[in-house]
Design a protein around this ligand. Sequence first.
Ligand code: GRF
Length: 192
Amino acid sequence: MQKLKLGILGSGKGSNFRAIADAIVRDELNAEVRVVISDVETAGILDLARERSNRAVFLAPGKFRTKLEPHVEEQLVALLKESGVELVVLAGYMRMIKAPLLDAFPRRIINIHPSLLPAYPGIAAWKQAVEAKASKSGCTVHYVDAGMDTGEIIAQVEVPVFQADTAETLHERIQAEEHRLYPEVIRRIAAR
Ligand code: GRF
């Protein structure tokens, strides 16, 4: 069966990318990483991609803080298309996606978010859960739409929140689940 061609977008350390790449190496995921793209030049995800001999591209985002400049988003689409990408995987990507990318990959962009959406959308969801004294949180993989963490939910995993938790300890527990859930969801999409 043909491998699903992935384009990974991230702004941070890239542990979800690593989990996906490891699942591919272990033959648990019939996919290949065609390109890893970041809006942050020093992001760990780019180093991880280079270590694994994946194509790693820094795309300067332009003047906005929470989205790409439209001409940059067009470049991003061109890069993904020329790389043959079939599924766009947001893995710690900290910018909103707009029409150029959404229209180019309808229902083919997924994101992982560190809460049980619709609870705690947006930034530092693990911190929001601790501050709200929630008894449970988790992670969600969802399709991406124009909203902030609002797209159709594909899968969720719950984790407990303990009284003694700090934002850091909860984030760690959630990330351990993310690293199982994200490759599994991509595996299911690849098997369709
Ligand atoms: C993850 O917790 C993910 O849920 C959120 O950003 C974080 C990225 O972590 N969207 P990493 O860069 O994959 O380690």
